[in-house]
Design a protein around this ligand. Structure first.
Ligand code: PMP
Length: 369
């Protein structure tokens, strides 16, 4: 007889507290559960226009090659990106979504017991990835719903290895200014790596928003993160990237799995980079959609945070989870924000004009306004 093992006793103890990332509810799931066929999803900050048409065409033309492994080094995508960004190919790391690049950074830089500093009310993966390596995740409160860089700098200790910042910040949609960012960078100990996650940077129109590319240097432990999941409409294939000092990118490259960016993602991303028309349309849609939602929410007497991203955080003054559930019955998937530390807020991403309208009408009904 085989004696039974206690699985909990063989798994690393710090994993006991780890909870899986809760993604936005997929449309297919809502259809299965409620039988709704015309539901809309405004829960995961995806691009309502669909994928970039050029990416779609390139992916379609590539399907017959699916029996081949991808290029492990994604040579051509890196070449294209380095030209597009005006940096060296060696300053890039690609990932299965920017999520993976974050994972690589945390694994490369944070030892068990090492400290990661981020903010309250930000992207949930930062805390989860830190926990996964047994790191200590410390959060600095937001100030007026925005990242307070002075407070983040003050929170740094001798044990701090990594600072994870997000601008525009998910879920608040707020940004910080170039001046605040430059002050922050100059006063940091050089051995603390700063990651600026710019997943939503394409949607920001405030001229004061810093662009991490402008601060890239071989001498500075600073990494910018971007993704094809939002502005380029390629959340499905999974592809994102980081840029930073070549030496650090080289370490990350050693850590990653050999074929981390799949074939369809590589060809899709290359084509999407050339699809300037799509990018312009996506930006325009988000800007007009933000204004439309802001006007509608104001008319309903609801508070929201002015956003530089493709989503808005709305304050309901009542349990967000209940509103989320009631909205599902109306066929509108949004996001409750309790996991983000906002039990009385919801987050909605900008959709197509008719989706924005439907969201507002459903919210009005659900809230009994
Ligand atoms: N960073 C932020 C702030 C995000 O909101 C997301 C997506 N939810 C990601 C990173 C990850 O994006 P992806 O892995 O799809 O590139």
């Amino acid at each position: 007889m085989v004696s039974r093992v206690s699985i909990a006793s063989i798994v690393q103890p710090h994993l006991a507290q780890l909870t899986p990332y809760q993604a936005g509810k997929p449309l297919e799931e809502l259809t299965r559960e409620l039988g709704l066929t015309d539901a809309i999803k405004l829960a995961s900050n995806e691009n309502p226009l669909g994928p970039s048409p050029k990416a779609l065409e390139a992916i379609g033309a590539h399907l017959a090659s699916l029996h081949r492994y991808p290029d492990s080094h994604a040579y051509y995508l890196k070449e294209d990106l380095s030209r597009y960004l005006g940096i060296k190919s060696s300053q890039l790391i690609l990932g299965n979504g920017s999520d993976e690049v974050l994972d690589l950074l945390v694994r490369a830089l944070v030892p068990s017991g090492g400290e990661v500093i981020s903010t309250t009310h930000t992207f949930l993966m930062y805390g989860l990835l830190t926990q996964a390596v047994g790191g200590v995740f410390r959060t600095v409160p937001l100030k007026n719903m925005a990242v307070d860089l002075t407070a983040v700098a003050q929170a740094v200790t001798d044990n701090t290895r990594l600072i994870l910042l997000n601008s525009p910040n998910n879920p608040t949609g707020t940004v910080f200014t170039r001046t605040a960012w430059e002050d922050f960078l100059t006063n940091l100990p050089p051995a603390v790596t700063v990651v600026l996650d710019e997943a939503y940077i394409e949607f920001a129109d405030d001229p004061d928003v810093p662009d991490c590319l402008d601060y890239l240097s071989e001498e500075r432990a600073l990494v910018g993160l971007r993704t094809f999941s939002k502005a380029y409409g390629l959340a499905g294939p999974r592809v994102g990237y980081g840029f930073g000092p070549s030496e650090l990118m080289d370490y990350l490259n050693r850590l990653r799995l050999p074929f981390n960016v799949n074939r369809l993602a590589q060809v899709g991303a290359r084509a999407a980079l050339t699809d300037t028309e799509f990018l312009t349309r996506a930006r325009e849609l988000v800007r007009t959609g933000r204004a439309f939602l802001a006007e509608g929410l104001t008319r309903l007497g609801l508070d929201f945070v002015p956003s530089q991203a493709n989503f808005m955080l709305i304050y309901l003054r009542r349990e967000g989870k209940q509103v989320y559930e009631a909205m599902l019955q109306e066929g509108v998937i949004i996001r409750a924000m309790d996991a983000y530390g906002y039990p009385e807020h919801i987050r909605v991403n900008v959709g197509l004009p008719e989706e924005n309208q439907r969201f507002l009408a459903a919210l009005e009904k659900v809230l009994g306004l």
